[in-house]
Design a protein around this ligand. Structure first.
Ligand SMILES: Cc1ncc(C[n+]2csc(CCOP(=O)(O)OP(=O)(O)O)c2C)c(N)n1
Ligand SMILES: [Mg+2]
Length: 615
C-alpha cells in the first residue's frame, strides 16, 4: 500500500505548490515564487494556517487590494516570460470578486496565475454564510462563478481528494504555452480545513519545462516557399517572441536575411531600438516606418501575436495586400485573418526557418527603403521627445526625460491612458523585456501594482512606472506594499487633470468635452486638484513635484540613488499627442445626433471603414 500523509486540503495545496519546480536557463527554481494573500473568514483558518507553516518554502506576501496583488502576480509572470509565477488567495465574496478583473488581465494576455479564492461552505451548514450572494434558483452558484469566463482552468474544491486531479491539471494549464492563462481553484471554506490521507508521492518535487513544439511539415514548407520568394518581407513581433525567449533568434534572423521587424505593444523590446532592422511600433500607435513597411510588404510574417485591433489598425492596415503568415503556438491565433498558419514555438520555428532559408536576403531596394524609413522615424522620435518651452510639457516630452534617465537594462511599466500609445511609438528599449506594457486589457491601476510584480521578478533592474493621474487614483495602494517589501519603484505621475486620452477620443468622435477632464465633470468646488506628491509620501514613498523636464531628469537621478520607492509628479498638457506615425482605429461614431460635429465625424468614420478588411 502506498504511504499516505494526513493533511487538510489547504495544507495539501500549499505542500503541492511548494514541490513544483521550474527550469530557467538550466537552473532549477521554485515554480511558485510566493503566494499573495488577503485573509478573511473564507481563508484565514484554512489556507492561512497552511501558508504560515510553509513560509520558508512558499513565502506569503500581503497587499492592500486583491486586484492589486493579483495584478502584481500577473506582471511577475509576464516579466518572467511565464517560467515562474505566483498564487493568490482571497476570502469569499468581495475579496474574491475583487480579483476577477486581474483574472481578465491574465486571461487576455495569456499569463499564468493560480487563483485560490475562498468559497462558501460545501456542507452548506451555516448557509447563508457572511458574504454569500445566495442565488434564489441555483444552490451551486457563488461569486466565484464570475471567474469562469476569465479562467483557463476552473474548479470548485468541495472534497479534499478532488485536489489529486484538479491541482495537476491547474499546473498543466499554467505551464502550457498553448493554453496558458489563469487557473482558479475555488476553495470551499470548510473543505480547506478538512483532512484527507493523501499519497506521499503526490508531493514529490516535479520540474516543469516549457515545451517547444515544432511546426507541421506541410505548414512549414508553405511558409518557407512564400518567404524564400519574398522581395519585401516584414516581421511583426508579438508578445510570443518574448514568452518563447526568441529575441536573440529574431535579432539574428532579421540581420541575416535583411528583414525589418515591427513590434506590437506586447512584442516591444524584442529588438533593441537601434538594431538596423528595428522598424519600431506597428499599428494605431505605430511608427511611420513600420506602418509604411506593412503597406508595402509582399510577405508579412507575424510571430506570436493575437493581431488585436491596435496592431492591425482595426484591420485597415494589416493584412493589406501582402501574404500573411501567422507563426503562433496557438492555432486559434494562427488561423486569424485567413493567414497561412504556421503553428509552433516561435524560437524553434524561426531557427528552422533561418536554417532552411540559407543565404536568402530581401531585395536591395527593400533594404534601402527600410533604412531610409527607420532613419526618418528616428528623427521624428528625437523631435517629439525633445523638451520645448511650452508651459506644460506633453507626454512625449516626459517620456524623453524618463528615457534619458533610464539605462539600457531598465524596465518601463505602463498600461492605460494616453501613455501606452506614446510609449509604444517613442520609448527606446535597450534589452529584452525592457518594455512592459499591459495592453491586452489596458487595465487602469495595473501600473503601480504591476510595477511591483516586475520588480519582484527583476530585483536587479531599475523599474520605471509611468502612470497618469487617472490610473494613479484608480489604484495606488500597492505603492505602500513596494515600500513595505523594500521593492523600489521609480514612479512618474503625469498629472493632466483627468482622463486626457478619453477626452481626446470623445472630441475626435464629434463629442463635447464631457465627464473626462476634471474641469468638465460635475464639480462643486473650484480647486479639485490632488496633491499626488503628498499622497505618495503618506504611503511611505519619497516624492517630489517638478516643474520642468530638466527638473524631472534631476529628480530621476535622485530616485535612482534612492533605496525606497520614489514618486516624481509633473503637470502635463492633456491635449497634444505625437502626430508622426499612427493608423486608423475603429471606434463606433453615432449614426444620428443633434450635434453637427458628431454627424461630420460619422461621415468620416464611414469613409475610413471602406479600407477595413472583413473576416
Ligand atoms: C479599469 C479601467 N477603466 C476604464 C478604462 C478606460 N480608460 C482608458 S484610459 C482612461 C483614462 C486614463 O486617465 P489617466 O490615467 O489620467 O491617463 P490620460 O488619459 O490622462 O493620459 C480610461 C477611463 C480602462 N482602460 N481601465
Ligand atoms: Mg490624466
Amino acid at each position: 500500500m502506498e504511504k499516505t500523509i494526513r493533511l487538510t486540503a489547504a495544507q495539501a495545496v500549499v505542500r503541492y505548490l511548494a514541490a513544483q519546480r521550474s527550469e530557467i536557463d538550466s537552473a532549477d527554481v521554485p515554480l511558485f515564487a510566493g503566494c499573495w494573500g488577503i485573509f478573511g473568514h473564507g481563508n484565514v483558518a484554512g489556507l492561512g494556517e497552511a501558508l504560515y507553516h510553509a513560509r520558508e518554502t512558499l513565502p506569503t506576501f500581503r497587499a492592500h487590494n486583491e486586484q492589486g496583488m493579483a495584478l502584481a502576480a500577473v506582471a511577475f509572470a509576464k516579466a518572467k516570460n511565464r517560467r515562474q509565477m505566483m498564487a493568490c488567495t482571497t476570502s469569499i465574496g468581495p475579496g474574491a470578486a475583487n480579483m476577477v478583473t486581474a483574472a481578465g488581465v491574465a486571461h487576455v494576455n495569456r499569463l499564468p496565475v493560480l487563483l485560490l479564492p475562498g468559497d462558501v461552505f460545501a456542507s452548506r451548514r451555516p448557509d447563508p454564510v457572511l458574504q454569500q450572494i445566495e442565488d434564489f434558483n441555483d444552490a451551486t452558484v457563488s461569486v466565484n462563478d464570475c471567474f469562469r469566463p476569465v479562467s483557463r482552468w476552473w474548479d470548485r474544491i468541495t472534497r479534499p481528494e478532488q485536489l489529486l486531479t484538479s491541482l495537476p491539471r491547474a499546473i498543466q494549464v499554467l505551464t502550457d504555452p498553448v493554453d496558458c492563462g489563469p487557473a482558479t481553484l475555488c476553495m470551499a471554506q470548510d473543505v480547506q480545513a478538512e483532512a484527507y490521507d493523501y499519497p506521499e508521492s503526490f508531493f514529490r518535487p516535479q520540474t516543469h519545462r516549457i515545451r517547444r513544439p515544432a511546426p507541421d511539415a506541410d505548414e512549414f514548407s508553405r511558409a518557407l516557399d512564400l518567404l524564400s520568394k519574398a522581395e519585401r518581407p516584414l516581421i511583426i513581433a508579438g508578445g510570443g517572441v518574448l514568452y518563447s525567449e526568441a529575441t536573440e533568434t529574431l535579432r539574428e534572423f532579421a540581420a541575416k536575411h535583411a528583414v525589418p521587424v515591427a513590434e506590437t505593444q506586447a512584442g516591444k523590446s524584442s529588438m533593441p531600438w537601434d538594431h538596423p532592422q528595428a522598424a519600431g511600433s506597428v499599428g494605431v500607435t505605430g511608427s511611420s516606418a513600420s506602418n509604411t513597411l506593412v503597406r508595402e510588404a509582399d510577405v508579412i510574417l507575424a510571430v506570436g501575436t493575437r493581431l488585436q485591433d491596435f496592431t492591425t489598425g482595426s484591420r485597415a492596415l494589416v493584412p493589406g495586400e501582402a501574404a500573411l503568415i501567422q507563426l503562433n503556438i496557438q492555432a486559434f491565433d494562427a488561423g486569424k485573418h485567413r493567414a497561412v498558419p504556421l503553428v509552433g514555438d516561435a524560437k524553434r520555428t524561426l531557427e528552422d526557418l533561418t536554417a532552411a532559408l540559407g543565404g536568402y536576403r530581401s531585395s536591395p531596394v527593400w533594404q534601402q527603403r527600410t533604412a531610409a524609413l527607420i532613419e526618418e522615424w528616428n528623427g521624428a522620435v528625437d523631435q517629439a521627445t525633445s523638451p520645448t518651452n511650452a508651459q506644460l510639457p506633453s507626454d512625449a516630452e516626459v517620456i524623453g526625460g524618463v528615457n534619458r534617465a533610464a539605462q539600457s537594462d531598465d524596465i518601463v511599466v505602463c498600461a492605460a491612458g494616453g501613455l501606452p500609445g506614446e510609449l509604444h511609438k517613442l520609448w527606446r528599449s535597450g534589452s529584452p523585456n525592457g518594455y512592459h506594457m499591459e495592453y491586452g486589457f489596458s487595465c487602469m491601476g495595473y501600473e503601480i501594482a504591476g510595477g511591483l510584480g516586475v520588480k519582484m521578478a527583476h530585483p536587479d533592474r531599475e523599474v520605471f512606472v509611468m502612470v497618469g493621474d487617472g490610473s494613479y487614483m484608480m489604484m495606488n495602494s500597492e505603492l505602500q506594499t513596494s515600500v513595505m517589501l523594500g521593492r523600489k519603484l521609480i514612479v512618474t505621475v503625469l498629472d493632466n487633470r483627468g482622463f486626457g486620452c478619453i477626452n481626446r477620443l470623445q472630441r475626435a468622435c464629434g463629442g463635447e468635452s464631457f465627464n473626462n477632464l476634471i474641469r468638465n465633470v460635475d464639480h462643486r468646488v473650484d480647486e479639485s486638484w490632488i496633491d499626488f506628491a503628498g499622497h505618495a509620501r503618506s504611503l511611505g514613498a519619497i516624492s517630489e513635484k517638478v516643474a520642468s523636464i530638466a527638473e524631472l531628469e534631476q529628480a530621476l537621478q535622485r530616485a535612482r540613488q534612492s533605496e525606497r520607492s520614489y514618486v516624481v509628479v509633473i503637470d502635463t498638457d492633456p491635449m497634444p499627442t505625437t502626430e508622426a506615425g499612427g493608423a486608423w482605429w475603429d471606434v463606433a461614431v453615432p449614426e444620428v445626433s443633434e450635434r453637427g460635429q458628431v454627424r461630420d465625424a460619422h461621415a468620416s468614420y464611414i469613409e475610413a471603414r471602406r479600407d477595413q478588411a472583413q473576416g
